[in-house]
Structure formats: structure tokens, C-alpha cells
Design a protein around this ligand. Structure first.
Ligand SMILES: [Zn+2]
Length: 184
């Protein structure tokens, strides 16, 4: 594959500004696939969040920090039915939401492109920002993987809400900086 792919989470936005096929695939996924999560359970909150995510991906929001602030301002905690629940609304809930959904849609799109082209294998590079004792760092990074099980697990967690902290997919946790990439 000659097109550009990210080696870690922080390269995603730059890569999307160059790889239009991947960017269009992500936009289509965001429009058609479920986005789960208690902080955006209400339809109006979900719609507003999806608008912000799409703008970030299209390059209309300059960086991640601006996206985190827009989430906090446009879908404030006090308009959620879980506003009083500090397990749902952690201090960094807006950042977690943006990061996990950006990563999830990016990795989902990469795996669908691999699958569409008949490629069964992928690679998860080590990330220079990785946490040293997470499952993705100790058991998944630096290795070749089959696309199918990673993809099925991603759907199970991020579309069907069967969260499992030991699940082997990417993103593996809210601050995961790993990404799935084609085998070069
Ligand atoms: Zn990770």
C-alpha cells in the first residue's frame, strides 16, 4: 500500500489531511455506524458530538485541544442525564470521548480498507507515547495480527457496547496511542 497511514494516535489528523480515501471512509462510517457511550446517550448530545468529530477529521477544527474544548462547551456535562455521576463524567471526559472515538473510527476504517483489498494481516507498531504496563503495549504492539478478530472485537465494544478491559483490539483503553497499520 502506497498511501499514508499513522504510526501512532498523534499522527492520525496529519495522515487524514493527506489520505483522502481513508478520510472519506471514516466520514462515511461516522454517518452510518453507532457511536456508543453514556456521556452522549441523548440523541441531541450525540448529534452535536458527531458534528465536532466530523469537523476535526475534515480539518475544520485545528487540533485536538480545540476539539476537547468544543465538546465541553457545546455538550456541557450539566445537560446530560448522568451529570451527577462522576464515574461517567471523569475530570477529562471530553478528552477521553474525542480520543476514543477518533481512534476507534480511524482503526475501524483502516481494517475495512484492508479487508476490502483481501488483506488478512495487519501490524500494530510500538508507539513512542505508549504506557508501559497496558495490555496493548505488553501483548499486542510490535507484532503482526489477523485483521478479523481485532475488527470483530472493535465492533463488539464500540458498536454493541460489550466493554471488556481485557479485549484485544485498538483502541484498547481511552488513552491508547497505538494504531493498526498495513504490513509494509
Ligand atoms: Zn495502546
Amino acid at each position: 500500500m502506497s498511501e499514508l497511514y499513522a504510526n501512532n494516535f498523534y499522527e492520525i489528523l496529519h495522515v487524514l489531511s493527506k489520505n483522502h480515501k481513508l478520510k472519506n471512509k471514516i466520514i462515511k462510517l461516522i454517518e452510518t455506524r453507532p457511536t456508543a457511550g453514556k456521556v452522549i446517550e441523548e440523541e441531541s448530545r450525540k448529534k452535536e458530538f458527531i458534528k465536532i468529530l466530523q469537523k476535526l477529521i475534515m480539518g475544520e477544527i485545528p487540533d485536538l485541544n480545540t476539539a476537547y474544548h468544543q465538546v465541553q462547551n457545546k455538550i456541557p456535562r450539566n445537560t446530560s442525564k448522568y451529570a451527577d455521576n462522576s464515574r461517567v463524567f471523569t475530570r477529562d471526559w471530553a478528552e477521553r470521548l474525542v480520543r476514543i472515538q477518533l481512534s476507534r473510527f480511524y482503526n475501524q476504517a483502516v481494517m475495512e480498507i484492508l479487508n476490502d483489498s483481501g488483506e488478512e494481516d495487519c501490524f500494530i507498531p510500538h508507539s513512542q507515547y505508549e504506557d508501559h504496563n497496558t495490555l496493548c503495549t505488553t501483548e499486542m504492539a510490535g507484532k503482526k495480527h489477523k485483521v478479523k478478530p481485532l475488527y470483530n472485537k472493535l465492533i463488539d465494544i464500540y458498536e454493541n457496547e460489550n466493554y471488556n478491559r481485557y479485549a484485544k483490539t485498538i483502541p484498547q483503553h481511552p488513552n491508547c496511542t497505538h494504531v493498526i497499520s498495513p504490513i509494509i
